[in-house]
Write a protein that binds this ligand. Structure first.
Ligand SMILES: Nc1ncnc2c1ncn2[C@@H]1O[C@H](COP(=O)(O)OP(=O)(O)O)[C@@H](O)[C@H]1O
Ligand SMILES: [Mg+2]
Length: 261
């Protein structure tokens, strides 16, 4: 677990607003490492720059300064090593489940038969066997997000970049998908960066939890989650760690002024 897989080095990013206004500084000199095979959770107040960080890592957005190193090499553009799962399910409504999962494979030019084999494997891994020919509008939120996860996995990335993937789901569906995601993570040994604003979710899933400051995002504190993998939310260590992280986060939220959210 100690091999550094990805390194975020001195990343800064601002967005320009109207010409006469100062640009909005969203990320300031951000530094952290992600280890091979780990499940890293990042929590932070809303609007602090979480999505922006993930988009920069994915290569969907350019940083103003700093660099992202993947296996020690600078990476700036999207690659099949990194697959993103978004909060809003981001499926193609005109494609069936199977065709959604095959999207990246088609793009890569994989032959039809091989594509079908791969998509079936991942559709089954996320528990959607029998729904291959359904369209997104025929599925529940939880099922749509399963499709999005299968699509990300089908590219066989080394990294899963997940941006509050369960944020739009009800609590029960969210818990089920957390469980399934852990199973998939154990089976596939992907490195996961999982963004959430839900501390309970972060403690349940992560090997490590990074707490970000309010905007501009910096690392406020790092927590190692030294709990066994069969975690119980009612376990005293779980509850205590959750409180500790929540206290850090609340400090950031309470000092946000109403105009800055
Ligand atoms: N493309 C963009 N152009 C201008 N401002 C942006 C853009 N993307 C994000 N922002 C602003 O940057 C800040 C951080 O956004 P984001 O990374 O989405 O935060 P989070 O995911 O933590 O809620 C917000 O104030 C948002 O309005
Ligand atoms: Mg976001």
């Amino acid at each position: 677990m100690d091999k550094v897989k990805l390194e975020v080095k001195n990343i800064s990013k601002s967005f320009s607003k109207a010409e006469d206004e100062k640009p909005l500084l969203v990320i300031e000199d951000l530094n952290f490492k992600v280890y091979d095979g780990e499940f890293l959770c990042i929590v932070g107040p809303s609007g602090c720059g979480k999505t922006t960080i993930l988009r920069i890592i994915a290569g969907l957005q350019k940083a103003d300064s700093g660099e992202i190193l993947l296996d020690g090499e600078k990476t700036e553009s999207p690659s099949t090593k990194k697959s993103m799962v978004f909060q809003e399910f981001a499926l193609f409504p005109w494609r069936t489940v199977q065709k959604n999962v095959e999207f990246g494979l088609e793009y890569k030019g994989m032959p039809k038969e091989e594509r079908e084999k791969m998509s079936k494997k991942y559709i089954s891994m996320v528990g959607l066997e029998g729904y291959e020919n359904s369209y997104p509008h025929q599925l529940s939120g939880g099922m749509k997000q399963r499709v999005a996860i299968a699509r990300a996995l089908a590219n066989d990335p080394e990294f899963l970049l997940m941006d509050e993937p369960f944020g739009a789901l009800d609590a029960q569906t969210r818990n089920i998908l957390q469980e399934e995601l852990l199973k998939i993570w154990t089976e596939t040994k992907k490195t996961v960066i999982f963004i959430t604003h839900n501390v309970d979710e972060a403690v349940y899933l992560g090997n490590r939890v990074l707490v970000l400051t309010k905007r501009p995002a910096k690392i406020k504190k790092e927590f190692k989650v030294a709990l066994s993998r069969r975690r119980k939310r009612t376990n005293i260590e779980f509850v205590m760690l959750r409180k500790e992280i929540l206290d850090e986060l609340m400090e950031e939220i309470s000092i946000l002024s109403p105009q800055s959210t």
